[in-house]
Ligand binder design. Structure first.
Ligand code: ADP
Ligand code: MG
Length: 698
């Protein structure tokens, strides 16, 4: 028997069953079966005597024998009952299905081990469809007190593959191939991490000999799983650093220095300086930079990106910023043009709505190298857009871009431009290690000085009038207000109705000409959106009624109130992003979360978290716990999270150990060629070959 054999090689597994197992559980080779781990264990340590059974025992196990079988005819079919006895008493066993066959095969007055869920009716205990083993067989088979339960499907059960049958397959399999199980880690690692061997681990994960051994088996297999993911990520990062050459920005030149000394409107925070240094180190070496810049909303990522771009320009290269929406792109454009307007640097904006003539100009300037900085949306990725020499590409709010789009930036010139990915959705460190483990990560963990924390409150819909009153007071002081409606899917008609109803009631409450209101939503033409946005930016309107199109990046420092309607419908990271739109100026800002009375437990936690903290990393941790890693921004496509046994949220400490071990080994033996690492090498090669899932991250 070979672990590469298909599952039907196993005794009792017909071709049909094998194909059902493969379709339902995705297990086609014996090795897949071996690595399909139980999701829970039933404690079968305890054997009951019948006179010990009490009504609230849920699942019980008894040794006894059947003294008589009886078929009872009923309107809706027959059932078979058996009188089951031990030396202390009697109970009943009941079958509704397969009773004809059972009647013939059950041995009367022969000891059985029975197991099942207890029923109690009119003074009689019974078990329906008990699991049964002849005591003789039970004693012969690979047994365990902690019995594995495997995930299953209706289809599997209906085709006769019960948990007991499935368990039987694994019992057989393990007995037959145990000696062939290969170690996958090095002896050194096993000792230093205090792990049990692979054979022992696989045996005990399926059939634990004790709770302690189960724990050791789980630990070992989790470690192994995380270790090989980290090994791939870390290795990829090392290869990139050593092999993929990048443009060298050797000098800090005139543009950078002039801007830094004359036009920088404030002092950089220490966190900004630290990150800038990290970027400078990257681009000054001849390796390719692929850096993720995390920083909470308002932490000042843009200026860092601009300084990095000036470095590129100083070294004769062009630079680009790509943003997910036109609003954001034009905002970056305006801000950067404003910052650079006294310097001799040309900046252009390219979006889907750029006019043909403008486009032509831009294409020309790009190709002859006269254009220094191009800012835009996806439009930047079109084939027609050719740079003379793109040195750095800054990608803002990366979670909106897919993998394919990111790699498109690479195809623009002979060497890949340095990549700086900026995100305001902080990713918990552990998750970042799994999802972006091959990127370098910088964090701006400090807000510019003088920022006041946004005061956040949760109010019910019934308090809306009080909220309106408060808005009026603030508008009186010259402030501006956002009112945001959920528009989870742009196509949902109902959400539009809510938005429009809301707009009308606000228009009634805040009548013209005293008040001016802007409205922005996804169905508007880009030019109209931009026009309304600009009215708000210029202070011509006091209220901005909007959907989440304003979620990311919009910067209007005079806006000091964020009212979020139906706040219970937003996710945590979205709420956090929205709140980040206020608190950008010198005034005290407020965020009002409006919701209905009916709140799910999860929604309550979300709103409470928002009221309690403004720390994006803390919020991200809560979000991760609430929703699990698969739902976090940016993780869906990574495939890193299809884990068999480890859990990136719960197994943090193992994750750190696994990553450090991977780093240590690769530093000493980058290609895993040393004899001591032979098992690791073999497994690594196999995983890379079969999955490929972890290789498509950047
Ligand atoms: P984000 O990280 O959310 O993209 P921005 O780059 O838009 O943040 O910066 C938010 C605001 O903070 C901008 O108005 C910017 O000019 C200002 N800012 C950035 N860095 C500093 C600093 N070191 N000191 C004071 N203000 C700063
Ligand atoms: Mg920003």
């Amino acid at each position: 028997m070979n672990l590469n054999n298909p599952v039907y090689y196993l005794k009792g597994v017909s071709n049909l069953r094998a194909s059902i197992i493969s379709a339902e559980l995705g297990l086609s080779r014996l090795n897949d079966l071996l690595h399909f781990f139980p999701y829970r264990y039933i404690d079968r340590t305890k054997f009951y005597k019948i006179n010990e059974i009490i009504n609230n025992n849920s699942e019980i196990q008894v040794v006894g024998s059947i003294s008589a079988l009886k078929t009872i005819q009923q309107k809706n079919g027959a059932r078979l009952t058996g009188k089951f006895q031990d030396e202390t008493g009697a109970m009943e066993l009941v079958w509704f299905k397969g009773y004809k066959w059972l009647k013939d095969s059950i041995k009367i007055n022969t000891p059985y081990v029975i197991y099942g869920k207890l029923n109690y009716f009119k003074g009689v205990f019974s078990i329906v469809h008990p699991e049964m083993d002849l005591l003789e067989d039970y004693n012969r088979k690979l047994q365990t007190k902690l019995q594995p339960v495997y995930s299953s499907t209706d289809k599997l059960v209906n085709s006769g593959v019960s948990n007991k049958i499935f368990r039987g397959y694994l019992q057989d399999l393990l007995q037959q191939i145990f000696e062939q199980i290969q170690e996958s880690l090095s002896a050194e690692l096993i000792v230093s991490q205090d792990l049990i061997g692979k054979k022992e681990a696989l045996l005990n994960i399926h059939f634990p000999t004790s709770p302690e051994m189960l724990e050791k088996a789980q630990y070992r297999l989790k470690f192994e799983e995380l270790f090989f993911i980290q090994l791939q990520l870390v290795r990829k990062k090392l290869i990139r650093k050593n092999k993929i050459k990048g443009y060298v920005f050797a000098k800090v030149g005139d543009s950078f220095n002039e801007f830094y000394s004359k036009y920088l409107p404030f002092n950089l925070t220490n966190a900004q300086k630290k990150v800038l240094k990290e970027i400078r180190n990257d681009v000054a070496s001849n390796a390719h930079m692929n850096r993720l810049l995390q920083g909470d909303v308002g932490s000042g990522k843009t200026i860092v990106a601009l300084l990095a771009m000036l470095l590129a320009i100083d070294n004769g290269f062009q630079a680009a910023i790509i943003a997910p929406t036109e609003i954001l792109a034009s905002q970056h454009f305006n801000a950067i043009q404003e910052l650079l307007h006294k310097m001799n640097i040309s900046v252009a904006l390219l979006t889907g709505s750029s006019k043909v003539k403008k486009r032509r100009e831009i294409h020309e300037g790009l190709e002859n190298g006269q254009l220094n900085i191009l800012i835009g949306t996806h439009a930047l990725l079109e084939d027609k857009v050719k740079f003379h020499n793109l040195g750095i590409a800054v990608i803002d709010e990366q979670h909106r871009f897919g993998v394919a789009q990111r790699s498109k930036m690479w195809q623009k010139n002979e060497l890949p431009p340095h990549i700086l990915v900026m995100t305001a959705t902080p990713i918990p460190r552990t998750l970042a290690m799994s999802v972006y483990g091959d990127l370098d990560i910088s964090v701006i963990d400090e807000l510019p000085p003088g920022r006041k924390e946004v005061k956040t409150v949760h109010r019910y819909d019934s308090n809306r009038l009080a909220v309106f009153k408060f808005m009026k007071q603030e508008i009186e002081k010259g402030r501006q207000v956002y009112v945001v409606y959920p528009l989870i899917e742009e196509s949902k008609a109902m959400d539009y109705k809510d938005l429009m109803d809301g707009y009308e009631s606000i228009s009634r409450e805040f009548p013209m000409p005293k008040y001016q209101i802007s409205i922005v939503h996804g169905k508007m033409k880009a030019a109209d959106k931009e026009y309304e946005m600009q009215r708000f930016v210029k202070g011509e309107t006091q209220i901005m009624v909007a959907t989440t199109v304003i979620e990311v990046g919009v910067n209007v420092p005079n806006a000091s109130i964020m009212v979020i309607e139906s706040a219970e419908r937003f996710g945590l990271s979205q709420l956090h992003q929205l709140r980040g739109r206020v608190g950008r100026g010198a005034d005290q800002s407020y965020c009002v979360l409006l919701s209905s009375f009916k709140l799910s437990a999860e929604a309550k936690t979300r709103l409470k978290t928002m009221v309690e903290t403004s720390d994006g990393f803390k919020i991200a941790e809560v979000d991760l716990k609430l929703r699990g890693p698969g739902n976090m921004m940016g993780t869906q496509q990574s495939g890193v999270l299809n884990l068999k046994i480890a859990d990136v949220v719960k197994d943090t400490s193992i994750l750190y150990k696994a990553r450090n071990a991977a780093i240590e080994i690769l530093q000493d033996d980058p290609n895993l060629l040393k004899p001591a690492n032979i098992f690791i090498h073999k497994t690594y090669a196999e995983i890379s070959k079969t999955t490929g899932a972890w290789s498509n991250i950047s």
